[in-house]
Design a protein around this ligand. Structure first.
Ligand code: ZN
Length: 151
């Protein structure tokens, strides 16, 4: 487990230091802002849609290392994927960070590097940090409110 937790730390710290796709998107089709009052994280996610596929995605904001690293990894994981696949990925990711076993049919969603957040399940207060950018992404995809909160 020592190796796993140091891998987890390395990936999170590296993505916090140099987050991927960390920029405003001027020509975005949609955007939504997520706010986690428990920790003070606030992130905005922008995306471009090509039919059903998220062709580009970016984020900006301020927050703890976990929220930022998770947003960074989220953008690299969902780019180029159709909405259905992104939804399956989110469900799987959500189960992993909350320490639940995969539900039927979810094993197929390959988390890749997102799996480093499995360690979060032992810190329940951090789960909202890790899922914040995903909630903002889903709000943008569903084009509901332009702002979501984890509360
Ligand atoms: Zn946080």
């Amino acid at each position: 487990m020592t190796n796993l937790s140091s891998l987890y730390q390395d990936v999170i710290l590296e993505h916090n230091r140099s987050p991927r796709n960390f920029r405003r998107m001027d020509q975005a089709d949609r955007h939504a802002t997520g706010h986690n009052p428990l920790c003070g994280d606030q992130l905005t996610v922008w995306l471009k849609l090509d039919g059903d596929v998220v062709s580009d995605v970016s984020f900006e904001g301020s927050g703890c290392a976990i929220s930022k690293a998770s947003a960074s990894l989220m953008t690299t994981a969902v780019r180029g994927k159709p909405r259905g696949e992104i939804e399956r990925l989110f469900q799987r990711f959500h189960d992993v960070v909350t320490g639940q076993q995969p539900r039927a049919g979810e094993e197929s969603a390959d988390l890749g590097k997102l799996a480093v957040f499995a360690g979060i399940s032992t810190f329940p207060v951090r789960v909202k940090c890790a899922t914040l950018s995903w909630h903002a992404l889903r709000a943008a995809l569903e084009q509901e409110a332009a702002s979501v909160t984890t509360e």
